[in-house]
Design a protein around this ligand. Sequence first.
Ligand SMILES: *Cc1c(COP(=O)(O)O)cnc(C)c1O
Length: 441
Amino acid sequence: MGIEFASTRRGSAPAGIDDALVAGLAPDGGLYVPGRFPRLRLAAPPATLADTATAVLEPWFEGSRLRDRLPAMCARAFAFDAPLRPLRGKGDWLLELFHGPTAAFKDYAARFLAEALAGLRDADGTATPTTTTIVVATSGDTGAAVAAAFHRRPGFNVAILYPDGGVSPRQAHGLGCWGDNVHAFRVAGTFDDCQRMVKQALGDAALRREVPLAAANSISLGRLLPQAAYYAHAALRFQAAHAGASLNFIVPTGNLGNACAALVARRMGLPIGEIRLATNANDVLPRYFAGEAYTPRASRATLANAMDVGAPSNFERLRHWYGDDAALREEIGALSVDDATIRDTIRAAPSRHGVIPCPHTATGLHLLERLRDDGDTRPWAVVATAHPAKFEGIVEPLLGHAVEPPPALAEALARTASAEPLAIDYAALRERLVELSAGWR
Ligand SMILES: *Cc1c(COP(=O)(O)O)cnc(C)c1O
């Protein structure tokens, strides 16, 4: 019997994995949560990340139309490694998640989501297949990962909305360099404005009859579940190499998607110890975990822009899993790291840790430094969420030298990029989505 997914708001019927994947959000506006967590028992760590991903995802896809396709889907989605690198300090590790085409961890989940939606489309095999437009608001990295994952994929178009001037020049390039079935809008507003327009489109039933739409944000199970794979893979290999020890993780956090995936892996019985969150100056989570009431607020701009979140969208899922605040606070800790500390951490990282971090990863490294200063001797892995070359405007002046982009990023940067300007005007977006879908098809 396959696992059923209920809504955190308990207002809609439970769904199977395939329906939950396509829907993204539950009909009552809640987030899908599994009725139970399958336990994974593996005698030895699988050989590759793709093999681990298959093993982690299989129990979730019992009864799915995708069940038999999973190994091939994972081989394609997890085609690049997530190495666990030792840092200078004893017991200090870096889980590098930036070796995909857009140099941030979101590549893994976006590629799996694309495989899953395309696989369901093939499995359905309707006579007159429609084309689905993925609409996505991004503060930089999600949009690029989704664009790369769906680029030239038959049956899918991508419309990206990003805040004009609110992403780094290289991030902007990574959003606008695709062409073909991908269209980028640079919106004269903030990320929240982009998000609001996307939500309005997804809630516009008349539009959706004309232009079939799908979402790709981090609350989707199609993004959450695959992210458990790299935690599982790192923890299993660590355990095998260190006499059965569990590995603890520090996760740079914005919307809590990546951190919730670490929790999923731990609930599946993988050898994961503690999970700690590092945020930037947007400190809603650290305040909550310190005992204050949960108080979402408007986000403010920081050096770690992909974590500029004032109302973490997966919080509802986290709270549902623990039932009460005390239990949740017992399990997870969080630290807010301001921009000055991010700068200091980046400057000192090459000599102190032997790596160059991106501003997001730097928040995690700082949390690690605090733990060590307090005498914690356990093994900790800091999750490196993006490659530093993606944020060269911040990192290079601090270090006083250039940071080479990895090959895939360099390739994207060599292409020309363009984005269409768009006002904060839902009617204008709607009109363009209709026009584009006619042209795309
Ligand atoms: C998206 C992102 C984050 C935050 O991840 P969440 O899943 O939203 O918590 C951190 N760092 C980078 C580089 C990102 O792109």
